[in-house]
Ligand binder design. Structure first.
Ligand code: IMP
Length: 421
């Protein structure tokens, strides 16, 4: 039976979406990214090999899969060329790449503007990949779309409009304007290398749905980083939630059958912004070191905290999760005590819905419960029944709050450490 499945991060990103996409991609015909750019970092471990993907969807590692970069994605051409080249060298590029001509291009100006804002102290801890400025240029209607930029007939006009808009912005922001000649000189190589991959991605996806193929729409970042539903302004600049899968590809909402939420057994966040269940100290160091909580893209140490069921319940409702995958339960092994946040106290009142404002979220007091069961042996379990009582209790707590089944439990980075229920 054919399906269109969306995969969404249920927290602040880095939940392990790449691993689950790779697993579900076993039966997929098309895997598409629909938002974000190379601010993302997905790690997929196959046998001895570890692949870090930033722009390409995880399906690109499987033969017979079409790996789509949808119209909602922003593409840094140099970063994409490097990613394709690295995968080719490792003989790991198995799928067929298809880039939507409507995807927007990240230029050097965008990266400089992003970095300059971070350096003034007015930033929010971005990845400095130029993502926010690119989406801002898109909304301002002067940015270059990759199809128009790589097509010789429209290249000149597209580039001039983008460079004019960016020049004015750089000057206003006090950023040294990059040499236009340098950018123009790169376009030929981008066209030669990436041009063959550009094609009508929306039509390919619509045909796939019509013809009963299996389609996976792979989200980047996480629900709480969504520009509308996340902790604004401490968010990324795109819709990371399930609605973005439709606008970022052109597939109608009604064509989506399943929405998978991916959640870690604890929570991490990179960059600034409220984080009610954040912890420091020994337990935090354990989560960072055992969980290897350092950014795939920037290498930054991630902030860590206990599982937040209030945030997870909200994510399940906003995205309409039909299934959840619980990741990295094995990391809790060895901790003296594992806690879970079941409610927030806001101005003396107990709430099970997060406040809308990020500033109000900063002030909530999390109410924690200690998980009574044990996590010892989690990494050795090969079936759901074999998992220790602590994992069972977490799963029950999540299912009660999120009102959807935890259908996958992952207890290690390898493809083989994944337990299906
Ligand atoms: P930007 O997406 O680079 O503009 O960064 C905006 C916010 O999103 C910052 O807090 C980043 O740390 C965060 N962010 C962006 N991409 C990721 C990701 O893939 N994982 C986790 N956090 C991310």
């Amino acid at each position: 039976m054919s399906r269109t499945t969306v995969i969404i991060g249920a927290q602040w990103g880095d939940e392990g979406k790449g691993k689950i996409t790779d697993l579900l991609a076993e039966d997929a015909d098309v895997v598409a990214r629909f938002q974000g750019g190379n601010n993302a970092g997905h790690t997929v471990v196959i046998g001895e090999d570890k692949h870090a993907l930033h722009l390409l969807p995880s399906g690109v590692l499987r033969s017979g899969v079409t790996a789509v970069l949808g119209n909602g994605v922003v593409i840094d051409p140099d970063a994409l060329i490097e990613e394709i080249t690295t995968l080719r060298e490792k003989d790991a590029l198995r799928g067929e790449v298809l880039i939507s001509p409507n995807a927007h291009v990240v230029l050097e100006h965008h990266r400089l503007l992003d970095a300059a804002k971070e350096e003034t102290g007015a930033g929010i801890g971005t990845t400095k990949r130029g993502i926010g400025p690119t989406y801002a240029s898109k909304a301002s209607r002067f940015n270059a779309r990759i199809g128009d930029l790589l097509d010789e007939a429209s290249r000149e006009a597209t580039l001039n409009r983008a460079l004019e808009g960016l020049k004015a912005w750089c000057k206003a922001a006090g950023v040294k304007v990059p040499d236009a000649k340098g950018v123009k000189a790169r376009v030929g190589e981008w066209a030669d290398t990436l041009g063959p991959y550009v094609g009508n991605a929306t039509e390919r996806l619509l045909d796939a749905v019509d013809e009963g193929e299996n389609v996976i729409l792979e989200g980047a970042q996480g629900t709480l980083l969504d520009i509308d539903h996340g902790t604004y302004p401490f968010v990324t600049s795109s819709n990371t939630t399930a609605g973005g899968a439709s606008t970022g590809t052109g597939l109608p909402p009604a064509s989506i059958d399943r929405v998978w939420g991916i959640a870690k057994a604890y929570v991490t966040r990179v960059g600034d912004g409220p984080f009610p269940t954040e912890i420091e100290g020994e337990a935090a160091d354990h989560l960072v070191e055992v969980g290897n909580e350092y950014g795939t893209t920037t290498g930054r140490r991630r902030r860590v905290g206990w599982l937040d069921l209030v945030g997870l319940r909200w994510a399940a409702r906003v995205n309409g999760f039909t299934d959840l995958a619980l990741i990295k339960g094995d990391v809790l092994e060895g901790l003296e005590e594992v806690k879970v946040c079941t409610a927030y106290e806001v101005d003396g009142e107990i709430k099970r819905v997060p406040p809308v404002s990020a500033y109000a979220l900063e002030r909530v007091e999390p109410r924690f419960e200690t998980v009574a069961g044990s996590f010892e042996g989690a990494s050795q379990a090969t079936s759901f029944e074999e998992l220790p009582s602590g994992v069972h209790q977490l799963v029950e707590g999540i299912e009660d709050e999120a009102k959807c089944p935890v259908s996958i439990v992952s207890m290690g980075p390898e493809r083989s450490a994944t337990i299906l229920r």
